[in-house]
Ligand binder design. Sequence first.
Ligand SMILES: NC(=O)c1ccc[n+]([C@@H]2O[C@H](COP(=O)([O-])OP(=O)(O)OC[C@H]3O[C@@H](n4cnc5c(N)ncnc54)[C@H](O)[C@@H]3O)[C@@H](O)[C@H]2O)c1
Length: 246
Amino acid sequence: MNFELNGKVALVTGGASGIGEACIRVFHASGAKVVIADLSAEAGAKLAAELGEGAASVQVDVADAASCQGMVDFALQQFGRLDIAVNNAGISTELAPITETSVEDWRKVVGINLDGVFYCLKAEIPAMEKTGGSIVNIASIMGAIARDGAAPYISSKHGVVGLTKTAALECVSKNIRVNAIGPGYVETPLLKKATLEHLDQIASLHPIGRLAQPAEIAAAVAFLASSAASFITGAYYPVDGGYLAR
Ligand SMILES: NC(=O)c1ccc[n+]([C@@H]2O[C@H](COP(=O)([O-])OP(=O)(O)OC[C@H]3O[C@@H](n4cnc5c(N)ncnc54)[C@H](O)[C@@H]3O)[C@@H](O)[C@H]2O)c1
């Protein structure tokens, strides 16, 4: 798939695995220069080496504001501009009711999934001010609905949707569009870690009858990042095989 991103510079947090990796691959194949930003320096460097020219990697912990600023500074130093940012890094935890969820687990998930997007936006928006740009935050179908036993994850993803809408309103005058994607369940390491024995049951919750592949989420991200989506901002797009339509 080619989304005609020649001359653009695209940064993806959590870019070394799963949905983030798929975004990096579609951006690179579409002619953009890419910055793979990930907690795993090793996995990021491996992917950058595989892609070769026009790809660079940087270690980031999105739960740390200074680290997010360093990531954006790196992108500007490396490629001179920032046009596209995908705030994708995220984690889940074992399911537990609120009364059995530890404060540490709450803080860890919210710190990465929600604070992390806030820290990234704080660094990315000024970097895009002169050129304009497109930011895509990866929320979840769990940004629109709830399920029992996942309070930190669901709260963080609802927060990402609200943060996206606020950022979009604040950025219209800067020619920066900000949107969110709500993936259904996607076959990635994150999903396999959390729910290995329930994969068939989870797949059946999607009217389309299967899990998503990372590239199917990345295609929607690349569309929102491209000039084809020039009138779209402040939107939350489920990419969910019909999950939310039930
Ligand atoms: N897989 C799904 O079913 C699914 C569904 C809906 C939404 N999502 C969301 O999509 C995003 C990506 O998920 P995935 O399934 O591709 O996960 P994944 O586990 O395959 O990849 C996540 C990447 O983020 C990196 N990462 C983790 N913590 C980080 C941190 N503090 N700073 C920087 N990088 C960090 C990891 O090293 C990894 O490379 C997450 O925000 C997740 O909540 C996933």
